[in-house]
Design a protein around this ligand. Structure first.
Ligand SMILES: Cc1ncc(COP(=O)(O)O)c(C=O)c1O
Length: 483
């Protein structure tokens, strides 16, 4: 019997052992046909001969041949056998041919390049003193599991309204009325996969060519990234300019955190809120109110800007990432009535709406009081943990460093001198398991403020003390000062 392709099958016993033999055989033929090693019109051995040579069953060879025929690599001719398909030489992919710039993206649009320049987000994993992550160990898992399990049985699963599950929208409307002084109908609410998705929709639907989108700085880098992803041009408005109501001449959109600047925590004074609303009305602009953690703000949070806007120029974005857990990927936006049809239609075509199970579970969790109970418990816990962190800092080698604690719900900021490199702190901290973030990471002004943003939500007293010790040593080691 002839020995077909003497060196072709050498790798067959060692390659991709986890795949079934017919698949390995198919892959081997496929690669050799595409590389031109098996030339067009070449006749393949019969399945009987090849199975004898390879010591595999005839069925295995037949199945591999059938797959090659189904995918067009081989053609079967009645009574004559199977032949390699003739492919034009320029379409072959010879092994020797280097893969041209395979690690480089083809030429990108301006929009894509702007997106690639955006800052990256947090490293994954649990870190001490990490901002923006809720106390996950205090999450009422059993109660949530009950809601998830009931949701899996719900007949609502057979429909998927793009705007979101109605009972959840009703619960969100109730929550906003109780917590944020907002009187809105469920029709104005769109359930999102988080504030990020809301911001993306706003930036992509409400901007056109040449429109500027203003964002507050310091601010959440994700907002900037998402606006870039939507293809709009980002401009930065310093929070102090906003506080003094020194507003840009014009702009299609202005993203702000009026209840608490992120991460500084300052509240926008009433006069500036009214000025901002007036600016939006005069300029035919939209304001986006990112209300990311009002549930945990110290004292009772100021009424939402949305509720102040008589002319309905405000779009409100809220999230369950901080009150529940970030991986839930659920949030909501509240729209002025006039925008509802546009956003609903866009949603239908963008992603058809969200998976229904978590929405049903979330609606139940809110309806039976678990959500508000959980928020009350976390508020209490965070107040204690905020005090613990402030106390530990006051007792540490950092006692002379000013702490900016304007009452944001989940973190505070240690102020560093404006001429020091706060970003240099981050890597040594992460290496020692501490997740503090440089203040300048959030500040896109030409003279970014320097400091260290520290979360106090997740750590008990012992963990927090360990984190503060590491932070103190790192600041000392780098010789960073506060003035
Ligand atoms: C200020 C601010 N806005 C928006 C978001 C995004 O939230 P979501 O997870 O709902 O997309 C975050 C996330 O941490 C945030 O800190």
């Amino acid at each position: 019997m002839a020995d077909f392709y003497p060196d072709l099958f050498q790798s067959l016993s060692s390659d991709a052992q986890e795949l079934p033999m017919y698949r390995r055989l198919f892959e081997l033929f496929r690669q050799n046909i595409l590389s031109g090693r098996l030339s067009g019109a070449e006749k393949l051995p019969s399945s009987r001969d090849l199975s004898n040579q390879l010591g595999v069953s005839r069925n295995t060879v037949k199945t591999a041949y059938e797959q090659l025929i189904a995918e067009g690599y081989v053609q079967s001719r009645q009574g004559a056998g199977s032949f390699v398909t003739e492919l034009p030489a320029e379409l072959l992919q010879p092994e020797s041919k280097p893969s041209v710039n395979s690690d480089r993206l083809p030429e990108l649009s301006e929009k894509a390049n702007r997106l690639l320049q955006s800052q990256s987000m947090y490293p994954p994993g649990r870190l001490l003193l990490q901002p923006a992550v809720p106390a996950l160990s205090d999450f009422p898992r059993k109660r949530w599991k009950r809601c998830i399990s009931a949701a899996a049985d719900n007949e609502a699963l057979y429909s998927h309204p793009a705007e979101g599950y109605l009972p959840l929208r009703q619960q969100v409307a109730r929550h906003l009325s109780a917590f944020r002084g907002m009187q809105v109908s469920p029709e104005q609410i769109l359930i999102t996969s988080g504030s990020q998705q809301g911001s993306y929709m706003i930036a992509s639907l409400l901007t056109g060519q040449g429109d500027s989108v203003w964002i507050e700085t310091p601010g959440y880098p994700g907002t900037e990234g998402v606006i870039r992803a939507a293809g709009a041009e980002v401009r930065h408005l310093h929070w102090q300019m906003l506080q003094q109501a020194k507003l840009p001449e014009r702009g299609r959109l202005l993203f702000i955190t009026p209840s608490r600047n992120f991460p500084l925590g300052h509240t926008l004074p009433l006069s500036a809120r009214l000025e901002v609303l007036h600016w939006a009305e005069q300029n035919n602009s939209w304001l986006v109110e990112d209300d990311y953690d009002s549930e945990f703000a110290v004292g009772s949070p100021v009424t939402a800007l949305f509720a102040l806007s008589k002319e309905r120029r405000v779009i409100y974005t809220g999230t369950f990432s901080r009150t529940m857990y970030p991986g839930l990927r659920l949030g909501y936006m509240v729209l002025p009535e006039v925008l509802v049809p546009l956003f609903r239609k866009a949603r239908r075509f963008m992603d058809g709406g969200l998976s229904v199970v978590p929405q049903v579970a979330m609606a139940r969790f809110m309806e039976n009081g678990d959500y508000s109970r959980h928020i009350r418990k976390l508020r209490q816990l965070y107040l204690q943990r905020r005090q613990s962190l402030e106390h530990l800092l006051a007792e540490s080698g950092l006692k002379d460093f000013p702490v900016i604690d304007a009452g944001a719900g989940m973190h505070l900021v240690i102020k560093l001198s404006n001429d020091c490199d706060d970003q240099a702190l981050v890597e040594p901290l992460v290496q020692q398991g501490v997740g503090g973030r440089a203040l300048s990471h959030y500040d896109r002004s030409c003279q970014p403020a320097r400091g260290l943003v520290l979360g106090f939500t997740q750590d008990d007293d012992v963990e927090m003390a360990r984190g503060v010790k590491i932070v103190t040593q790192a600041i000392r080691c780098l010789n960073l000062s506060c003035n």
